[in-house]
Write a protein that binds this ligand. Structure first.
Ligand code: SF4
Length: 138
């Protein structure tokens, strides 16, 4: 494991497991495929606040998530919850394969505590109930 890979905020460790090509904009989707490829090859490092996924997001404004009125604050609460459930903290390097093994183990709690009201919940719900994830094809 090393620190060459992408910088990732907490909740993206979980949500990326369910990505299968959807997103806010074409450049955002292209970046997500690249981030996941690099995570798989290089691992990554946990950061606080905007990460290498946010970097290509149209909602990143002045270094803050502006998706909701209190976007950055609300997202940081989700980041903290994700890290607590996964037993990780900011600054940790991680192996994406190991995270992918751990996510199904905490998915019931995550779904119960974090997914209500998420605009992507309908995309993830079938897989959450199967406790699996989409295969990534690039
Ligand atoms: S800026 Fe906000 S909406 Fe965009 S990827 Fe980051 S956390 Fe998600």
């Amino acid at each position: 494991m090393n620190a060459r890979g992408p910088r990732i905020r907490g909740h993206h460790l979980i949500c990326l497991q369910f990505f299968h090509g959807e997103g806010y904009a074409p450049a955002y989707v292209r970046n997500l495929f690249d981030v996941i490829r690099r995570l798989t090859e290089e691992g990554g490092r946990i950061v606080t606040g905007p990460d290498d996924v946010c970097a290509a997001c149209p909602s990143l404004v002045d270094g803050r998530c502006s998706r909701e009125p209190e976007g950055e604050e609300e997202i940081r609460i989700l980041d903290s919850l994700a890290l607590e459930l996964l037993g990780l903290k900011a600054g940790d390097d991680f192996d994406y394969g190991e995270v992918s093994v751990w996510v199904p183990r905490i998915l019931d709690r995550w779904h119960m505590l974090a997914c209500d009201g998420c605009e992507w919940e309908a995309n993830c719900r079938p897989l959450i109930s199967l406790n699996t994830r989409f295969p990534i094809e690039q």
